[in-house]
Design a protein around this ligand. Structure first.
Ligand code: PLP
Length: 422
């Protein structure tokens, strides 16, 4: 079986069975949009994070924007966001008329607290209303200190937990530090059903705002729900054949052209625009796919840690980020980052062995690489560390379909490549 970091990486037979049942059993069609599973997902988050409110949306990005709105972020406000992030995070801010100000990161992907300090000594500090903190690739932020900073300056702390469910810092769950925290069920996330997300909070006012926002949402159209369900079947069929004379690759490219597979980030979003068909409610059919994955999350995280440990021990330290032992122990890597001078060339090299690593976060500090940094209001000169890491990063898989043998094979081929280029 080929090895992928991306391409619906978590997808397994159970997901496909659930999707096929929705597609082929007519008595299930009335449950595509509405049903009990959405509530079950929300209740799972309420229990797991001891949150008063867990409110689902069509995606993490919609949950993030709803969180900002609930916190009354709008025109003229400044929101601090990580210097290495995804365009949808910036869009959530800019589309409300607020200004994203990027905070450069450290060599271990966390917000640089010294840089952060400088924002509060400047004259513009009164416009800073919120801070979005993101546990990039599952590496916990310095969340305790960030919580203190938010308290000190009276900022709303939005915890972006799109890259992990089940991680913790100092024994306290990631997702329980923010005033509002958001999670994602996108196709390359810790749990996935193609599209989905949730915002949680213990704040009565924010919770009510989120619930009201959710109640006002239209349903996701049947066409789009069906598109996601079909896409699971297509990925499942095509991936084993991906490298066999490129049959699977070709098949997926055609399916994408025919819009049978939705794109993760649309071309409109890459230039900061809204997708007109969103936000919507989270559909029951996709909740049915994701719910069993949530029940399995702890076993899944143990697996991710085991696979990451193989990378840590078998790859040279020079291509790893300088995580110390404590940070490695608390990180549950969604994908394991390595840094090399030519990430795209290493990726191409590995393709010949049936290994497709992800460059989704390579080549631009605001992923993916073909976004408009100008529209994202990114100030490159202020984020040199984020620029440096993003120009060299490559992401290795840790998901449930990767075996220990696969991880060892990835290490072997990377090590061979490094020997060849030196
Ligand atoms: C850091 C971060 N936050 C938020 C999101 C939004 O998640 P979603 O894809 O569910 O909208 C993503 C992913 O796209 C992300 O990478």
């Amino acid at each position: 079986m080929p090895i992928f970091t991306g391409l619906a990486p978590n997808l397994n037979q159970k997901d496909v069975r659930i999707a096929a049942a929705f597609l082929f059993f007519p008595w299930k069609w009335s449950l595509l949009q509405r049903g009990n599973e959405v509530k079950k997902v929300e209740q799972w988050f309420e229990r797991r994070f001891q949150a008063q409110y867990a409110v689902t949306f069509d995606s993490g990005r919609s949950a993030l924007q709803a969180a900002l709105k609930a916190a009354r972020i709008g025109e003229g406000d400044v929101v601090l966001i990580p210097g290495y992030t995804c365009i949808v995070v910036a869009n959530a801010v800019t589309q409300l008329g607020a200004k994203p100000v990027y905070v450069d990161i450290t060599s271990t992907l966390q917000m640089d607290l010294d840089v952060l300090d400088t924002f509060f000594s400047s004259s513009k500090k009164q416009n800073i209303k919120a801070i979005i903190v993101q546990h990039t690739f599952g590496v916990p932020e310095q969340i305790e200190k960030l919580r203190e900073i938010a308290n000190k300056y009276n900022l709303v702390l939005i915890e972006d937990v799109a890259h992990t469910i089940g991680g913790s810092f100092k024994g306290r769950a990631l997702g329980s530090w923010g005033d509002i925290s958001i999670f994602s069920f996108g196709s390359e996330k810790v749990v996935s059903c193609g599209r989905g997300g949730v915002a949680i909070t213990n704040n009565f006012q924010y919770g009510n705002q989120l619930r009201q926002a959710q109640e006002a949402l239209p349903q996701m159209s049947i066409r789009v729900v069906v598109q996601y369900l079909i896409s699971f079947l297509l990925f499942f069929l095509a991936k084993p054949w991906y490298f066999q004379h490129s049959i699977g690759k070709f098949f997926l490219a055609i399916a994408k052209k025919l819009h049978l597979i939705p794109s993760i980030i649309s071309s409109r979003e890459k230039i900061g625009e809204r997708q007109p068909e969103y936000p919507t409610a989270f559909p029951n059919a996709l909740a049915t796919v994701v719910f069993p994955q949530l029940l399995d999350i702890d076993a899944n995280n143990v697996h991710r840690k085991k696979i990451s440990q193989i990378y840590v021990s078998q790859l040279p330290k020079e291509i790893q980020l300088p995580f110390d032992q404590d940070l490695l122990e608390v990180s549950v890597f969604l994908q394991f980052p390595i840094v090399v001078d030519k990430p795209f060339s290493l990726r191409t090299h590995l393709l010949q062995f049936g290994i497709q690593l992800s460059t989704a976060w390579s080549g631009s500090p605001v992923a993916p690489k073909d976004v408009s940094l100008q529209v994202a209001q990114y100030e490159q000169e202020k984020c040199s560390s984020a620029l440096n890491i993003s120009s060299r990063v490559l992401l290795l898989p840790t998901h449930r379909n990767i075996s220990e043998v696969d991880a060892e094979s990835i290490c072997f081929h990377i090590n061979q490549y490094l020997l060849d280029v030196t």
